[in-house]
Design a protein around this ligand. Sequence first.
Ligand SMILES: [Mg+2]
Length: 181
Amino acid sequence: MMYEYNDLDRENDGFGLLRPKEYNSSIFTIDINALYKKGIRGFIVDLDDTLLPRPEYRIPFSVYSWVEKVKEHGIKICIVSNGGSAKRVEYISESLNLKGFSLSFKPLPFALRKAIAHLGVSPAETAVIGDQIITDVIGGNIIGAYTILVKPISNEVSPIRMPMRFVEDSLLKLLRLEIDS
Ligand SMILES: [Mg+2]
C-alpha cells in the first residue's frame, strides 16, 4: 500500500512543537478572514523581522494599515517581543496603538500568557505570528495557540545572529516546510 506524505503524517512526525500551522511569506499574505472564520480572535505578533526589520524604528504605512485591517476584522492584537530594548518596543507598539511586551523570553510561555490575558481571549482563539520556529512557533505551540510562521523581513543577518538563522534554515529543511501563501 502506498502512503503519501500528507498533512496528517506531517502532524504526527514527532516534530509537533516545532511545526507551525501555516507558513506565510509575510504578515501581509496571512488570510485574516479565514482565521476569523476558524474562530481566531487574537493576534500575538512578534516585532523583529516580523513587523519591522531588526533595529528599525520607522513604521511603514503598510504595517499601520495591516494592523488596522486586523482590528477591523474584530481581532485583537498585541506585540510580544524578545527584544531587550523596552523603549523601542514601547515606541513602536504605542505608535500602532497596541500593547507591547518586551524581553519576553519566548519560547517560555509567561509573556505569551500575559498577552493572552491582556487580549481577553483563550489560547485556542489566538494566533501567534513570528519569523522564528525556536521562539515564536514553539512558544505558541506550548500555550496551545494557532501558530503562523512568516519569512524574516531582512535578508542580511548580523554575524551575531548568523548561527540562529542557520538553525532556523536547517529546521525549515528538516520539517520540509514550504510557503503556504
Ligand atoms: Mg523575530
